[in-house]
Ligand binder design. Structure first.
Ligand code: ADP
Ligand code: MG
Length: 356
């Protein structure tokens, strides 16, 4: 059975300026032991979905199941689900050990068992020897580890993490990504992680649900989200993308013809032969070459050097802007300069036809 089933869930709130549809008919299934991420811009409904799973809110419509069981009537403390928030919400007057053991104590666990479990949790989050400190004697990163240890101490089946890294500084945030991934692997607990940061989502997740305005746009593994975005929102929100519009025609294989007459062979027409479509092309999947031969002709606008790679900002002859990212090896950098005439070459399977 799945760890979590969200089935046709909708939720709206009455606000001062009318009804807010926070979630619209959201369905998703999260497997046991999965690192699952809800990714989307601020206000798209991520926290609302977590609060529904945790039991702090009830759905307006639809149903949520944990381990295959409907949980409509089960209060938060009987769901075996814990939450870690952006603000660590540690008890300031308690020691680290007391914070971590708090939930176990509330359940009436014996002091020996609590001590053992606290030690185990401290080792798990790499804070051995810190059980006697108070939260204000810890760095932000250490406080977040304590919050994680506290949330894991009573063996939840599912851990909900609501932007838990966003209060940390950049370097620490990057280290904590790997740390969270390790924690999930070692504990085998299902993690549902919320972020608006696409890098975080791609780096840590088994699967990602991309959300926008209360709706799920795409659910897939990171590679597929990045390589095969289904629509313009996903292609635009994740990474950098060139968008082109044109007509798909079949000459032997499918071909995209741009309004100016230039054309590109494509691998998959997305079932849209004969139609006008938008396509997405990642900047690193295209190449800049000397004029002549196959490709989209254009002119170099600006060249920007980024150390590991160089980005060419181009203008195609049809007027469309286009960006190509080249790795700086074998003297590839600055092979072309502003004003140079070029052609852009794109492998057929690098052209992704979008649904809208
Ligand atoms: P996210 O976590 O993705 O930023 P939220 O789930 O917090 O988004 O919010 C989704 C939408 O629902 C927003 O427009 C927000 O203002 C609204 N919302 C959330 N909770 C409430 C509430 N308790 N009352 C009124 N509106 C709410
Ligand atoms: Mg939120």
């Amino acid at each position: 059975t799945a760890a979590v089933d969200v089935i046709g869930v909708s939720k709206s709130f009455e606000g001062p300026s009318g009804t807010v549809h926070a979630l619209r008919n959201v369905s998703l299934t999260i497997a046991q032991n999965e690192f699952f991420t809800l990714l989307g811009p601020s206000g798209c409904g991520k926290t609302t979905l977590l609060r529904l799973i945790a039991g702090f809110e009830t759905p307006g419509d639809g149903e949520i199941r944990l381990d295959g069981e409907a949980i409509g009537d089960r209060p938060p403390y009987r769901r075996m689900v814990n939450t870690v928030f952006q603000s660590y919400a540690l008890f300031p007057h308690m020691t680290v050990g007391q914070n971590i053991g708090f939930g176990l104590q509330m359940r009436g666990a014996k002091s020996g068992e609590i001590r053992e479990r606290v030690a185990e949790m401290l080792a798990l989050v790499q804070l051995q020897g810190m059980e006697g400190r108070r939260p204000n004697q810890l760095s932000g990163g250490q406080q977040q580890r304590v919050a994680l240890a506290r949330a894991l101490a009573n063996h939840p089946k599912v851990l909900l993490l609501d932007e838990p890294l966003s209060a940390l500084d950049f370097k620490l945030r990057k280290d904590m990504r790997l740390e969270l991934k390790r924690l999930q692997r070692e504990t085998g607990i299902t993690f549902i992680f919320v972020t608006h940061d696409q890098e975080e989502a791609l780096e840590m997740s088994d699967r990602v649900a991309v959300m926008s305005a209360g709706e799920v746009q795409q659910i897939a593994a990171p590679e597929e989200i990045y390589e095969r975005p289904v629509n313009r929102f996903v292609a635009d929100f994740i990474g950098e993308t060139n968008f082109l519009e044109g007509q798909i025609e079949a000459y032997g294989g499918p071909v995209l013809t741009l309004p100016g007459g230039a054309s590109l062979a494509i691998a998959d027409d997305g079932g849209k032969a004969g139609r006008t479509v938008s396509v997405a092309i990642r900047p690193e999947r295209a190449e800049v070459a000397k004029p002549g031969g196959e490709g989209l002709a254009g002119t170099v606008d600006t060249v920007v050097y980024f150390g590991t790679d160089t980005v060419y900002y181009l203008k195609l002859d049809g007027g469309e802007p286009f960006k190509v990212r080249v790795q700086n090896r074998d003297g590839a950098r600055r092979a072309f300069a502003s004003g140079d005439r070029i052609v852009v070459r794109v492998a057929p399977d690098a052209v992704q036809v979008l649904a809208d």
